[in-house]
Ligand binder design. Structure first.
Ligand SMILES: [Zn+2]
Ligand SMILES: [Zn+2]
Length: 83
């Protein structure tokens, strides 16, 4: 089951479970679409894997399988990857 992390690792943008602009890698590193298509060039900066749209969990399922509230953020950000 996906954690559904609450934010973009690069820019710390809020990405609630219903966000349609959240993308993830195979390890569920989570980014917003702006970062993914911009500075990240469609690749996860942590593992090098591809990034795909995160599926939306239906609200009824969120009640029994809630999204993670633990924010994950790259301490140095992702800006240096694409000068
Ligand atoms: Zn972002
Ligand atoms: Zn990754």
């Amino acid at each position: 089951m996906l954690e559904l992390r609450p934010n973009c690792e690069c820019c710390d943008k809020d990405l609630p479970p219903a966000a349609t602009d959240a993308v993830i890698c195979t390890f569920e590193c989570t980014f917003c679409r702006d970062c993914a298509e911009g500075r990240l060039g469609g690749r996860c900066p942590n593992c090098g894997g591809n990034l795909v749209a995160r599926p939306i969990r239906p609200p009824a399922k969120l009640a029994t399988h809630p999204a993670s509230t633990k924010r994950v953020l790259k301490p140095q950000g992702c800006a240096e990857l694409r000068p």
